[in-house]
Ligand binder design. Structure first.
Ligand SMILES: Cc1cc2nc3c(=O)[nH]c(=O)nc-3n(C[C@H](O)[C@H](O)[C@H](O)COP(=O)(O)OP(=O)(O)OC[C@H]3O[C@@H](n4cnc5c(N)ncnc54)[C@H](O)[C@@H]3O)c2cc1C
Length: 345
């Protein structure tokens, strides 16, 4: 029997993990089609905490557990909550154990890329659409047929319409990201991991990345197309402590948060499946990347155990209910975390 030809759309954390676990189990005919032109085409931002039992298990299935542990920041598990007006610590969770150490997304992606057989990723080869049966049309108009197409192409998946008509909608919550390098005042407030502060519908969330780099997020309810300037943000946070307002200063990167409708599910479709954000985009409450990794490893292991057709069925029978349960927590969780702002008098 010839080895199945498997196409994976998207070289994000999910797609690369799926390719790696398949290759580890002897599947040689696996290609990852990535829209971006090279591994460095876009800065791979942010830090990801890999959870014991999901993300960490996937890294173990990929045979990369020791390499991941060598890069993981265990001190990143520290959580600090500070008062918005005084910047004083009001709640503190010290970094303990190894339930959810942090790693830069770029480091994890590179680890996965380096683990693949040369030529596995076809860079600059975006997928335009997929069809039941495993047909793929590329953005350049070419077409090809595969035994399986795995949509790991994120929030705005081009593979998803082959199994489901669902499209993401705006949650009503806007994150505005700023970045800070080696700023001692902000590092002291952030601690080893994450700092949060909130007051009357405004939230500030800061995370230490490797190299004393910080990514901070102002989180608020807003209309989808509002792109506040630094001055507008500072005005909104006018009654916050000056050290906390300093996190808002920098080039603002606007991230309106989208989610797929809940429950998002589909009937098993020959030749096509989804994983990660393509399957279950949800607000970033710390599980999205973990689920993408877990989906990816489980799909690959199910294919190795049962073959493509039964493997996909077995994977979806576990993944879909798990994803629905997480979405049902994450969607209201986001709105609780970032409530409406009281009207100003
Ligand atoms: C601000 C923020 C913070 C977050 N923090 C965390 C966290 O701390 N912990 C956590 O677990 N999760 C976090 N998440 C969620 C997490 O980032 C996602 O859930 C995760 O990246 C999903 O992985 P993925 O592989 O499914 O998709 P992605 O990482 O989005 O990768 C998709 C890949 O597909 C490619 N692609 C897109 N379209 C096409 C196409 N048409 N053809 C070919 N390739 C295509 C993209 O270029 C990309 O490389 C956060 C999200 C945000 C927005």
């Amino acid at each position: 029997m010839t080895a199945p030809h498997i196409a994976i759309a998207g070289a994000g954390l999910g797609g690369l993990t799926c390719a790696r676990v398949l290759q580890q189990r002897g599947f040689e005919n696996v290609t990852v089609f990535e829209r971006e032109s090279s591994p460095d085409a876009r800065q791979q931002g942010g830090t990801i905490d890999l959870h014991a039992g999901s993300g960490q298990e996937a890294v173990r299935a990929a045979g990369l557990y020791d390499e991941w542990r060598a890069l993981a920041r265990f001190e990143g598990q520290e959580q600090r909550k500070v008062d918005h007006a005084t910047a004083e610590l009001v709640e503190h969770e010290p970094a303990e154990g190894d339930f959810r150490p942090e790693i830069d997304r770029g480091q994890l992606r590179q680890l996965l890329l380096d683990s693949l057989a040369p030529g596995t990723v076809a860079w600059g080869r975006g997928v335009a659409a997929a069809a039941p049966g495993g047909e793929v049309t590329f953005l350049d108009g070419a077409a090809a047929a595969f035994d399986l197409v795995v949509g790991a192409d994120g929030a705005w998946s081009r593979v998803r319409p082959a199994v489901s008509p669902a499209v993401p909608h705006y949650t009503g919550v806007l994150f505005v990201e700023t970045r800070h390098d080696r700023d001692e005042r902000l590092l002291a407030l952030t601690g080893g991991g994450t700092m949060v502060a909130e007051h009357e519908g405004l939230m500030l969330w800061a995370q230490r990345n490797s190299g004393d780099h910080i990514r901070a997020y102002a989180c608020l309810r807003a209309v989808e197309d509002w792109k506040p300037s630094t001055a507008e943000l500072l005005d909104l946070y006018a009654d916050w402590h000056p050290d906390l307002r300093a996190f808002l200063v920098g080039e603002p990167i606007h991230r309106p948060l989208h989610t797929l409708p809940t429950p998002h599910t589909w009937a098993t479709t020959p030749g096509v499946t989804l994983l990660g954000d393509a399957a279950h985009l949800m607000p970033p409450l710390g599980v999205g990347a973990n689920l993408a990794l877990q989906d990816a490893a489980e799909l690959a292991l199910a294919i190795a155990a049962h073959g493509v057709r039964e493997g996909v069925q077995a994977y979806e029978s576990v993944m879909l209910p798990r994803a629905v349960a997480m979405q049902e927590l994450a969607n209201p969780g986001l709105l609780d975390m970032v409530p409406e702002r009281p009207a100003r008098v």
